[in-house]
Each structure stands twice: as C-alpha cells, then as structure tokens.
Design a binder for this molecule. Structure first.
Ligand SMILES: [Mn+2]
Length: 358
C-alpha cells in the first residue's frame, strides 16, 4: 500500500488540556515557573517600585557571614521563594483572598558581595530605606540577624529616627557589644540600633528569649537602656496571648510606627531545625503565627523581617514553610485592613478578628 492511501490521522482521545497557553502566574503551582516570592511580580528597581507603588515589597538579604555558629542563611531568600508549599492565597481565618486586596511585589535582593559586611549592610540599608521612603512596607527575608541593623536603620531614616518601635521574636537577645572583634555580628544588631538612636531602648521589646546566652552583664546593659524582654519561661507560664498584648503596648508606648523582626529560631528547633543557632524549648508555630497576625492587625506596622532560615540544616522544608507563613500572616492582616477600609467583610469561613466569635 502506498503512502497516499493511508487513512487520515485521527486526533487521539486525550485528557491533555486543549491549549498550552501559559496560565497566569498566580495560578501555577509553587514548584512551577519563576521562583519569585508567592509568584508575585519581580520588580527589582526602585524606579519600577516608584511607578507601581505596591503595598508591600519583599526584599531578600542573602548575607550570613555575621553568624557565630553554623552558616547557611545566605540561602534563605532563595529557599523561601522556591521551596515553600503554596496551596493557595485565601486566608481561612480572616476569610480574605490576600492578593485581591494587597499589592505585593518581589523587589529582588539587596546585593551582598561575598565576604564584605560593610558593603552588604550598606546595600541592604539603601534598598530597604528606599522602599520605606516610598511608603511601601518592606518585608525583608534574611539572611542572618545582622541584617536587621541596616534594615531597621533604613526604615527609621524613612519614618523618623527614634520614633520606631521594634518588636523582636528570638531565642537570643542579640544585644552583645562585640563578638570576636565583630561589631556587625548576628549577636550584636540590637545594641547597634539602640546606640545609634534608630530605636529607643524603651520601645525595643523582645519575646521568646531562652537558653544560655547572653551573660548577665549584657542584661545589665539592656536594663540601663530601658529595654523590655519576655523570656520564653514567661510565655510558657502566662501564654503567648497575654505576653504579646503587653509587648505590643510596650513597643508602641510613645511610637507611631512598628518594625517586626522574627528570628525563626524563636520556634522550637523541632519546628525550625534549619537555622544557625538552634535553642530547644521554643515557641510553637500556632502561637507564633497568631502573634504575628495580631501584631500586623493591631499596630501601625511599617516593616518586617524574617531571618536566620538556613536551608542546609532544614528537614522536609519545615523551617522554610514556617518562615513563609510568617510573611503570609503579615500579608493577610494587611489585606484585611484594606478590605475593611473599603467597607467589605470576611467571606466564609472567615471571622472578623475584632468581633466576638458567634
Ligand atoms: Mn536567634
């Protein structure tokens, strides 16, 4: 039989989609496409941000040479963008489709040249400060905790030097003076912020401290600055809700703007093994995520950072997913505010967080 007598080819029955046209980025699974944070638009220049004026800009700070024990947090921003489980963007408790109400973009990374603390910190301060200066809320993903020194300095410059409260979740106070000759260690940023006047000591409030560091002379210095802290032991005794209520009031006493800094090691290492200095006996995710939600709901939040995610020590992406959800709680609370301002209310199964549950 010659080829000319062959039957015409039939299209096979198939379950394949009819079109291979690209689906909108918001609808692709987390593991597909470009690894921007939550698949949000990539907008790495200040000019683009100034033109769009989003509500929130996520900024990576891939820097970890300030760490005192195991390094690896330089890989945190990439892991948070690429590895987190992204099931959807509807926050069940608040009943809000987050990105219908809140414009979030991924502003890329502050450049952190290898091995160069001063240049890296300078770039972080410039990028975060530039974003805050546009009235956009920066959400910084670290990186070791030393990045909070330049990041919060940049925010204070934009919103008022000394007029920024700082609420700090951590196993560690990070208020040492000099560690191994290093003023810019991840164990010293909070002292630098108070010394410079960027944040007044009395508005610097810490939650979750525990373990075996720092020594008493550092707590003496903290007390002289009128810093307030809530040990993990107090959280365990009183419960996180009561402690966070006090911490919010203390951080905002005389301040009109709040910076939230979350070291993921405030969680117990069972939930967050992927971190540089794990300290047993920490918070649970259910308590931390609700605390972050309340803070974003009930304070004039102008910036947040999530630091010390070190993916090389993570298991099953547990640390990455917990850190990612800290950011989502911030986003959802801000989306709730914008929706409330528009006169809308939560959809099912959501609940107004300030109303009595029916
Ligand atoms: Mn820490």
């Amino acid at each position: 039989m010659s080829a000319s007598h062959a039957p015409a080819p039939q299209a096979p029955a198939s379950a394949e989609p009819a079109s291979q046209a690209p689906v909108p980025a918001d609808d692709t699974p987390g593991y597909e496409g470009l690894a921007t944070f939550c698949h949000r638009p990539w907008m790495p220049t200040l000019d683009d941000l100034a033109a769009r004026r989003p509500d929130v800009a996520v900024i990576g700070a891939p820097f970890d040479i300030g760490t005192t024990h195991r390094p690896g947090a330089r890989f945190g921003p990439r892991a948070l963008r690429a590895l987190a489980y992204e099931p959807g963007t509807y926050h069940l408790d608040l009943g809000v489709e987050i990105f219908d109400w809140l414009d979030v973009v991924d502003a890329g990374d502050a450049r952190c040249p290898i091995g160069q603390t001063e240049a890296s910190h300078r770039n972080i301060r410039a990028k975060v400060g530039g974003v805050a200066g546009l009235g956009i809320i920066p959400v910084i993903i670290g990186g070791d905790h030393s990045i909070t020194w330049p990041a919060a300095s940049g925010v204070a410059e934009a919103v008022g030097w000394g007029e920024l409260g700082l609420l700090h979740f951590d196993a560690h106070a990070d208020t040492a003076d000099i560690i191994d000759g290093n003023l810019a260690s991840h164990g010293t940023p909070m002292r630098r912020l108070i010394e410079s006047g960027a944040v007044r000591g009395r508005n610097f409030v810490q939650v979750g401290l525990r373990g075996y560091w720092p020594p008493p002379d550092v707590f003496d210095w903290m007390r002289k600055q009128d810093m307030r802290w809530h040990l993990m032991d107090e959280v365990w005794e009183r419960g996180s809700h009561a402690v966070v209520t006090d911490a919010i009031a203390q951080a905002l006493d005389g301040c009109r703007a709040l910076y939230l800094s979350v070291d993921i090691d405030v969680l117990d290492p069972g939930f967050a093994p992927g971190t540089g200095t794990p300290e047993p006996g920490g918070m649970t995710p259910v308590d931390l995520l609700r605390a972050v939600r309340r803070i974003a709901l009930d304070t004039p939040l102008v910036a947040a950072d999530i630091v010390e995610v070190a993916p090389p020590y993570d298991h099953a992406d547990s640390t990455v997913n917990n850190a990612h959800r800290v950011a989502l709680e911030v986003f959802a609370a801000l989306a709730h505010h914008r929706r409330a301002a528009a006169g809308e209310t939560p959809g099912l199964p959501g609940h107004d967080p300030h109303a009595k549950r029916p």
